[in-house]
Design a protein around this ligand. Structure first.
Ligand code: B12
Length: 359
C-alpha cells in the first residue's frame, strides 16, 4: 500500500514543485459558473468550452476505477535575460521591432516537458505500489477544471485574475494531473482570497477581468493572440501594446510575484525556447505553414498558426509605430491571407498617421 506522503515524496524527487491529492467528483459551483460564462459568450471562439458537460461525462466513463487524482504543480517563473525588456507600453516611433512573449511560452512546450516527468513518476509509483497502477494523465486539454481541482488538492486559491494562486509559487504554476485507481487520502481544500487587492482588475490593459469573478476572454490579450482565429477587434488593437503571443500583465502585477522563486526546470526558461521577445520582421520571412510548424514545433507558440502570429505581429508593429517595418508590412499586403492583409493595412495606417503627425 503506497501512502499519499510517499507519492508526494516521489513527485518531489521527480522535480514537481507541489503535489496534492483530490477526489474525482464534480464541481457543482464551478460548473454552473462555466455554463453561465459560456452562455454569455465570454469564451469567444473557444467552442470546445460549450459542450464541457458532455465531454466531461464521456471522459470519466472511460475510468470507472478512478479513485483519486494526483494534482501536480510546476513553477515556470524565470527572470528575463534579454535586456532592456520592453515591459512598459510601447514607445511610439522608437523603432523597437520586437514583440513580447508570455512567460509560459519562453521555453520548450510544457505539455511535452511535463509528459516526460509523468513517465518517471508513474514508473516510481508502480515500483513502490507493487502492481500495475492505472493512470490517465492530463495537462490542459482534458475536460477538467484544473484550477478548481488544484484548489481542492490544497495548492492555493483562485485569484481575481482567475488563476490559481499558490502562497509559495504565486500565479506562475502549471497545473497537471494523474488520475489513478490508487486509494489515497485526500488533502484539505485551500481556503483563501485576494482580500481587497484588485491590482489585476485595474491593470489589465483591456479591462478583461470583471468584478463578478469572470474573465471576458473576448477582451483578454492571451485569448486574442493565441486562441482567437479571426480579426482582432479594432478598438482592442492599440491596447495589445507589444504582446505578440499571450500576455502576463495580470500575473506580473500580482503581489505574490514579488516573492516568486525561479524555476529549476531549465526546459522552461528562455534558453530552451523562443525566449521573452521575438524579432517581428523576421517572422515575415517564414513563408509557408510548413516552415512555421517546423520552426515552432517545440514551442507553445505552435498553438497559433502562421496567419495568427503574423496578424499579431502586424498589430504590434502598428503599435510600435516603427518606420523600419513599413517595407515588410507593404510586402505583407500581397499575402494570400485576407487576415494578414487587413492587419498589415491597419499597421501601415497607424505608422503613416504617426509620421504625418510628426511632420
Ligand atoms: C481556456 C483556457 C484559457 C482561456 C480562458 C481563461 C479563463 N480564465 O478561463 C484563455 C485563452 C484566456 C487563457 C489564458 C491564460 N491561461 Co489558460 N487555460 C484555459 C484552459 C485550457 C481551460 C480553462 C477553462 O475551462 N476556462 C473556463 C472557465 C469558466 O473555467 P474556470 O475559470 O476554470 O472556472 C472557474 C470559475 O468558474 C470560477 N468559479 C467557481 N465557482 C464560481 C462561482 C462564481 C459565482 C463565479 C463568478 C466563478 C466561479 O472557478 C472556477 C475554477 O477556477 C485551462 C486548462 C484547464 N483544463 O483548466 C488553462 C489554464 C487555466 N491556463 C493557464 C495559463 C497559464 C494561462 C495564461 C497565464 C497564459 C498566458 N500568459 O497567456 C493566461 C491567463 C489569463 C487569465 N487571467 O486567465 C493555466 C493556469 C495555471 C494557474 N496557476 O492557474 C491553466 C490551468 C493551464 C495549465 N495546465 O497550467 N486560458
Amino acid at each position: 500500500m503506497i501512502t499519499k506522503e510517499r507519492i508526494k515524496a516521489l513527485a518531489q524527487e521527480v522535480g514537481f514543485h507541489t503535489c496534492g491529492i483530490a477526489i474525482p467528483k464534480p464541481f457543482p459551483e464551478a460548473e454552473v459558473a462555466l455554463r453561465e460564462w459560456s452562455s454569455q459568450g465570454k469564451h469567444g471562439e473557444m467552442k470546445y468550452l460549450e459542450n464541457y458537460e458532455e465531454r466531461k461525462n464521456q471522459f470519466w466513463k472511460k475510468f470507472p476505477d478512478a479513485k483519486s487524482v494526483i494534482v501536480l504543480g510546476v513553477n515556470y517563473f524565470s527572470r528575463d535575460i534579454s535586456s532592456p525588456h520592453p515591459s512598459l507600453p510601447p514607445q511610439r516611433g522608437e523603432g523597437k521591432v520586437v514583440g513580447r512573449v508570455a512567460r509560459y511560452a519562453w521555453g520548450e512546450d510544457y505539455h511535452k516537458v511535463i509528459a516526460r516527468k509523468f513517465d518517471l513518476l508513474k514508473e516510481k509509483i508502480r515500483a513502490e505500489a507493487g502492481y500495475d497502477v492505472q493512470f490517465e494523465s492530463a495537462v490542459d486539454t482534458k475536460p477538467i477544471l484544473e484550477r478548481a481541482l488544484a484548489q481542492r488538492a490544497g495548492f492555493g486559491f483562485i485569484g481575481k485574475q482567475t488563476q490559481l494562486l499558490s502562497l509559495q509559487f504565486g500565479p506562475w504554476l502549471f497545473l497537471a494531473e494523474l488520475i489513478t485507481d490508487l486509494e489515497l487520502e485526500a488533502d484539505e481544500p485551500f481556503q483563501g482570497s485576494c482580500g481587497t487587492c484588485r491590482l489585476c482588475i485595474d491593470e489589465c490593459p483591456t479591462q478583461a477581468i470583471e468584478e463578478s469573478g469572470y474573465l471576458d476572454a473576448r477582451k483578454c490579450i492571451a485569448y486574442l493572440t493565441i486562441e482567437h482565429k479571426t480579426e482582432i477587434p479594432i478598438e482592442l488593437r492599440s491596447k495589445i501594446g507589444n504582446w505578440v503571443f499571450g500576455c502576463d500583465e495580470c500575473l506580473t502585477v500580482c503581489p505574490y510575484t514579488a516573492k516568486q522563486k525561479e524555476t529549476d526546470w531549465p526546459e522552461l526558461t528562455e534558453k530552451s525556447g523562443v525566449g521573452s521577445q521575438v524579432d517581428l520582421l523576421k517572422l515575415f520571412e517564414i513563408k509557408s505553414n510548413r516552415e512555421y510548424e517546423e520552426k515552432f514545433q517545440k514551442s507553445p507558440i505552435s498553438r497559433a498558426n502562421r496567419k495568427q502570429l503574423l496578424r499579431n505581429a502586424c498589430v504590434v508593429l502598428g503599435n510600435l509605430g516603427s518606420e523600419k517595418a513599413l517595407p515588410t508590412l507593404k510586402k505583407a499586403l500581397n499575402e494570400s491571407s485576407a487576415l494578414i492583409r487587413e492587419h498589415a493595412r491597419w499597421a501601415i495606417e497607424q505608422i503613416q498617421n504617426l509620421i504625418s503627425s510628426k511632420a
